[in-house]
Write a protein that binds this ligand. Structure first.
Ligand code: NAD
Length: 499
C-alpha cells in the first residue's frame, strides 16, 4: 500500500499525528493509498519554516520569481500525461478532462509570470510642493489555501501561483481524497528552482484546517469547497484577523429561449450537465426552457443524447464521457436525492438508477439522470447534487426564468441560449450571478479575467486569479516623501563645526 506524505521544507515527511485517511480508486472502490492527516504541531512546523524562508523570497526581484514560474510551466508540459494519469486515478475523471484540469491551472501560472508588471505600484510626482507620493504592493508573508477534491491541480495553482509570484510563502492543504497531484506540483516547483519552504503541502482534515485558521503567523486563507465549510472558514478566519476569500457551492441554471438552436442547446447541456460526472462547480444542473413547446423540443433532443453517454473508468481512454463520482458517500447522496425527486413528483425522464458497469461493480459509477417538471420546492432543485443529474424546470416566460436563477441562493454561474441579442444583453445586465455565458454553457473566465460567484457561492471581496489575485496576495503601502534639502545645494568643503 502506497503511503503518501506531507511536503515540508523541501522534503517528504510523514508527520506526527499517526492518523491517516484512505485514498480510494473511485473506479474500483479499492483503497489505493494512505495519506497522513496533519496534527496541529505538523502545521505549526510548516508555518515556522515558511516564515523563515519568506523574507528572502520577498526580497528576490519579481522577474527572478517569475522565472521560477516560467520553468514550472515547462515542467508541467513535460509531465502533463503523468499528472493527468495520477489525477484520473484518484479523482476518477477522464484523461482528457484531467489534462484540462492541469491546463487551466497552468494558464494561471502563465498569467502570474507577468508579476513584474502586475506588481508595479503607482506614483504621483509633485503631489505637493516638493512632495512625491507612491504606493507599493508588498507580500502578506505566510499565506495558506484549502482546496476541494474536484480540481486537484487547477485550484491549488490558482492559489499558489499568484501568492508565490507576489513574494509570499504558501501552505497548501489539499483535499484528502486526491492528494497525489498537489504533492507532485510542489515537487515540480522545487525542480523549477523555488527555494525550500516557499511552497509546502500539509495533508489533512479539519484539524489541519483549524490549525491554519488559528495560527497567528498565517496572514491569509483561500478556500474553495462546499458552502457550509466556506462559511465556517470565512467566519473563523475573519474573527482571527486574517484576510480570507472563500468560494462555495453552486446550482447553475441554463435558460433556453424558444428561438435557441435546440441541437446546440442540447449538446451544451449534455456536456455541461454530465461532464466530470457533474462534479464541477460550474456544471449546469438546472435547465430552464421557456414555454412548454421549447421544453418538449429540448427534452426530445436531450433524451437520445443522454442515453448514449458512455460511463466508465479513465483507463478506457477516449471511449468514456465521464467516470465515477469520488466516494461511496457521494454516490449514496446522489442516489438519495434522486429518490426525493421521484417521491416529490418530478418526472424521471432518463432513469440511471439501475446503471451497473460490468467488472466495476464496486466502483462509484452513477448512471445519467434527467428530470422534467421539477419545481422550486423540491430538494433536487434546492440542493447542490454534484452528480450526473440534470433537472428541468419549465418556465412560462423569460421573466419567470430569470427570476428563478435570481431567487436561488447560489450565484456561481449561469447561461442563456438564444439568438436574440437584446434578450441576452438584458440577461447579462440584470442577473445577480458572477459568471454568465451567452450561448456558452460553462463560462469559466480565462486566467487574465477573474473567477468568482455571487450570493452563497462566495464569501469575501476579491475573486480568484486575474488582477484580483494580485490584490488579494499583497498589501498596499503608500509613501509620501519630501526631501527638504539635498546635494544640489552644493558641496560643503570646510569641516562642519557646531554653530
Ligand atoms: P468540501 O467542502 O467537503 O472540502 C473542501 C476542503 O475543505 C477540503 O480540503 C476538506 O479537507 C476541507 N474540509 C472539509 N470539511 C471540513 C471541516 N469540517 N472543517 C474544515 N475543513 C474541512 O468540498 P469538496 O467536496 O472537496 O468539493 C466540492 C464542493 O466544492 C462543491 O460544493 C463545489 O461546488 C465546490 N467548489 C466550488 C468552486 C468555486 O470556485 N466556487 C470550485 C470547485 C468546487
Amino acid at each position: 500500500m502506497q503511503e503518501l506524505s506531507h511536503y515540508i521544507d523541501g522534503a517528504h515527511v510523514s508527520g506526527t499525528s499517526g492518523r491517516f485517511a484512505d485514498v480510494m480508486n473511485p473506479a474500483t472502490g479499492e483503497v489505493q493509498a494512505k495519506v497522513p492527516l496533519a496534527s496541529t504541531e505538523d502545521v505549526a512546523m510548516a508555518v515556522e519554516i515558511a516564515a523563515k524562508a519568506q523574507p528572502a523570497w520577498a526580497a528576490t526581484n519579481p522577474q527572478r520569481r517569475a522565472r521560477v514560474l516560467m520553468k514550472f510551466v515547462d515542467l508541467l508540459n513535460r509531465d502533463m500525461d503523468k499528472l493527468a494519469e495520477a489525477l484520473s486515478r484518484e479523482h476518477g475523471k477522464t484523461l482528457p478532462d484531467a489534462a484540462g484540469d492541469v491546463q487551466r491551472g497552468l494558464e494561471v501560472v502563465e498569467y502570474c509570470i507577468g508579476a513584474p508588471h502586475l506588481l508595479k505600484g503607482e506614483y504621483t510626482d509633485s503631489a505637493g510642493p516638493g512632495i512625491d507620493m507612491y504606493s507599493m504592493r508588498q507580500p502578506l508573508g505566510v499565506t495558506a489555501g484549502i482546496t476541494p477534491f474536484n480540481f486537484p491541480a487547477m485550484i491549488p495553482m490558482w492559489m499558489f501561483a499568484p501568492a508565490i509570484a507576489c513574494g509570499n510563502a504558501f501552505i497548501l492543504k489539499p483535499s484528502e481524497r486526491d492528494p497525489s497531484v498537489p504533492l507532485m506540483l510542489a515537487e515540480l516547483m522545487a525542480e523549477a528552482g523555488l527555494p525550500k519552504g516557499i511552497l509546502q503541502v500539509v495533508n489533512g482534515d479539519k484539524e489541519a484546517v483549524d490549525a491554519l485558521l488559528h495560527h497567528d503567523v498565517v496572514q491569509s486563507i483561500g478556500f474553495v469547497g462546499s458552502t457550509p465549510i466556506a462559511e465556517y472558514i470565512y467566519a473563523t478566519g475573519c474573527a482571527n484577523g486574517k484576510r480570507v476569500q472563500c468560494f462555495g457551492g453552486a446550482k447553475n441554471h441554463m435558460i433556453v429561449m424558444p428561438d435557441a438552436d435546440m441541437d446546440q442547446a442540447a449538446d451544451a447541456l449534455v456536456g455541461a450537465g454530465y461532464g466530470a460526472a457533474g462534479e464541477r462547480c460550474m456544471a449546469i444542473s438546472v435547465a430552464v426552457p421557456v414555454g412548454d413547446d421549447t421544453a418538449d423540443r429540448l427534452i426530445e433532443k436531450l433524451v437520445p443524447r443522454i442515453e448514449k453517454l458512455k460511463v466508465g473508468p479513465y483507463t478506457a481512454g477516449n471511449d468514456v464521457d465521464y467516470g465515477p463520482v469520488v466516494t461511496a458517500a457521494a454516490k449514496a447522496n446522489i442516489e438519495r436525492l434522486v429518490e426525493t425527486g421521484v417521491d416529490q413528483g418530478a418526472e424521471l425522464v432518463v432513469d440511471g438508477r439501475d446503471f451497473k458497469l460490468q467488472g466495476y461493480e464496486d466502483g462509484y459509477f452513477v448512471g445519467p439522470h434527467l428530470f422534467d417538471k421539477v419545481t422550486k420546492d423540491m430538494d433536487i432543485y434546492k440542493t447542490e447534487i454534484f452528480g450526473p443529474v440534470l433537472s428541468t424546470v419549465r418556465a412560462q416566460t423569460y421573466e419567470e426564468a430569470i427570476g428563478l436563477a435570481m431567487d436561488h441562493e447560489y450565484g456561481n454561474g449561469t447561461a442563456i441560449f438564444t439568438r436574440d441579442g437584446d434578450t441576452a444583453r438584458d440577461f447579462a445586465n440584470r442577473i445577480n450571478i458572477g459568471m454568465v455565458g451567452i450561448n456558452v454553457p460553462i463560462p469559466v473566465p480565462l486566467a487574465y479575467h477573474t473567477f468568482g460567484g455571487w450570493k452563497k457561492s462566495v464569501f469575501g471581496d476579491l475573486n480568484q486569479h486575474g488582477p484580483d489575485a494580485f490584490k488579494f496576495y499583497t498589501r498596499t503601502k503608500t509613501v509620501t516623501a519630501r526631501w527638504p534639502s539635498g546635494i544640489k545645494e552644493g558641496g560643503e568643503f570646510s569641516i562642519p563645526v557646531m554653530e
